[in-house]
Design a protein around this ligand. Structure first.
Ligand code: ADP
Ligand code: 5GP
Length: 194
């Protein structure tokens, strides 16, 4: 899919949420490949870096003290505690990307999305659902990133996250066939309105 033609999109804020393992990062990776003028935000987190991850690629991995210092310095657009760790969207790079006329994509949880929606009422909130709940476990296991305890936490939180998604999100996409799901997200991004 990554060799397809690039498509320009207008400046806007896009939030992608969904339960762990549903395919958010995979879909966001495809958006970056396929759309021009797009900036995928890299969050800061206090969770430990996994072997498959690289500092400043998946996340800015920082200590709790540093995260708290950055909260005090008002460096985050939003932040939230998710699965026992802090995650936040850095303000400076997002502001810079919007100044450059880019479309900004945030891959964050529902708590964070609701904070973003208050700041950017025109933001598009897209929630990704699995074709069936049991598929989440298959995908998390297949990814091979998390240990048993982390997997348990993520599966235990999936129901609440999906209920909040139904309640608060305007756009719902089911990630069964990846190509179709990416197409649907691109259609939502390209349509006018929130
Ligand atoms: P998330 O970011 O939502 O936690 P990931 O993007 O890391 O999820 O995806 C979890 C796993 O599921 C990855 O191994 C990914 O390759 C796989 N995956 C993503 N989308 C699909 C799909 N439509 N069908 C099957 N597997 C998928
Ligand atoms: P993981 O630890 O599995 O990579 O991420 C756990 C969850 O944290 C993700 O499903 C995502 O929704 C959420 N998340 C990642 N970055 C941020 C962020 O910057 N802010 C908020 N609020 N949530 C985030």
């Amino acid at each position: 899919m990554s060799n397809q033609e690039h498509n320009p999109v207008e400046q806007q804020v896009i939030v992608i949420s969904g339960p762990s393992g549903v395919g958010k990062s995979t879909i966001c990776g495809e958006l970056v490949q396929r759309l021009d003028n797009i900036y995928l935000s890299v969050s800061a987190t206090t969770r430990e870096k996994k072997d498959s991850e690289q500092q400043d690629r998946e996340y800015h991995f920082i200590s709790t003290e540093e995260f708290e210092r950055q909260i005090e310095a008002d460096n985050f657009i939003e932040y939230a505690k998710v699965f026992g760790n802090l995650y936040g969207t850095p303000k400076d790079k997002l502001a810079q990307a919007l100044d450059q006329g880019k479309t900004v994509v945030l891959e964050i949880d529902v708590q964070g999305a609701l904070q973003v929606k208050k700041l950017y009422p025109e933001a598009k909130l897209i929630f990704i659902f699995p074709p069936k709940q049991t598929e989440l476990q298959n995908r998390i296991n297949g990814r091979g990133r998390d240990d048993e305890k982390d997997i348990e936490k993520r599966l235990a939180g999936a129901g609440i996250e999906m209920a909040a998604g139904w309640q608060h999100y305007k756009h719902i996409v089911i990630n069964d066939n990846l190509t179709h799901a990416v197409e649907e997200v691109i259609q939502i991004i390209k349509k006018s309105g929130e």
